[in-house]
Design a protein around this ligand. Structure first.
Ligand code: SAM
Length: 281
């Protein structure tokens, strides 16, 4: 791994930043949908692929499964802890290859058949610069895929629309106060088509997939919601942004030991989206 100067991205990213558990939880949760869509891009044995902002390398290894044994996959990321985890989980001795690098200045030119970058471009202060840099790393005719999951769940408390909206608004206010993000920052998936076009990519298209879960949940799904959403993103963070009775209700809904625990409700129905925008060099 190459050491780079620490930088601070829009969401506070630095080389030291770590949210390994959140990334592992989300990718294992959404594995069926992500693996399915990865299969739609015509990747074949021998292709060269870059995973830009690869996090803990879970998707990077799925990409490698599609191009092995002759192909190669490189994952780049800013975060040392995320890359360490990717290396720890790597099953092959030297593949995928991981490099510590900034998406905005990847150390590659005209090298890849496909670049996959999910939930990463929205971390950049200069998104267009990042897209242009990734486009330069594509070989002629290569494909750039930018993915963005919905910033917040589209539906979590299906039986109570007012409460669902208030929790969503509380999350947005939390992100505004913590990172100075405004509404346009938290709806970055709206810009991906425009970014690809401004970045000079051709034949730009979009596809949104829905990640949807209903009761009864698998233990893995339950673990993602409890540890990856309720504890990691919500919890006490939302308390200042909710009315006292709503905060108490939320605590009950998110507590596995409470009779009101939402994941055991027969009407539990969760929806979140993942938008993948594609363009060709
Ligand atoms: C939300 S995570 C997504 C990780 C991975 N793509 C996934 O889907 O699991 C965003 C990742 O982008 C990385 N990142 C943020 N800014 C970056 C930059 N300028 N250059 C490279 N990686 C960056 C973070 O360290 C983090 O691992």
């Amino acid at each position: 791994m190459n050491a780079e100067q620490p930088t601070t991205g829009l969401l506070g990213d630095t080389q030291q930043m770590s949210y390994v558990d959140k990334l592992n939880l989300f990718n294992h949760f959404a594995a069926p949908e992500i693996r399915h869509i990865l299969g739609e891009f015509g990747l074949k044995d021998g292709h060269a692929v870059l995973d830009a902002g690869c996090g803990t390398g879970i998707v990077t290894s799925w990409l490698y499964d599609l191009v092995r044994p002759a192909g190669h996959v490189v994952g780049i990321d800013l975060s040392t802890p995320h890359l360490r985890e990717a290396l720890r989980q790597r099953s092959q001795a030297m593949a995928p290859l991981y490099v510590q690098a900034d998406i905005s200045s990847p150390p590659f030119q005209a090298s890849f058949d496909l670049i996959w970058s999910t939930n990463a471009i929205n971390h950049l202060r200069q998104r267009l610069e990042g897209v242009r840099a990734l486009a330069r790393a594509l070989r002629p005719g290569g494909r750039l895929l930018l993915g963005q999951s919905g910033f917040l769940p589209d539906m979590m408390f299906a039986w109570d629309d007012r409460f669902d909206k208030d929790v969503r608004a509380a999350c947005l206010r939390y992100y505004h106060d913590k990172y100075g993000l405004d509404k346009s920052d938290t709806t970055a998936d709206r810009n991906l088509i425009g970014l690809l076009k401004q970045g000079g990519l051709k034949r730009v298209t979009a596809k949104t997939i829905v990640i949807e879960r209903t009761a009864p949940l698998t233990p893995e799904d339950e673990r993602y919601f409890v540890e990856g959403v309720f504890r990691a993103y919500w919890g006490h963070r939302l308390r200042p942004y909710l009315a006292a009775e709503d905060w108490e209700y939320l605590e009950q809904l998110c507590d596995p030991d409470s009779p009101q625990f939402c994941l055991r409700r027969p009407d539990f129905h969760h929806i979140q989206t993942l938008t993948i925008c594609s363009g060709f060099a």
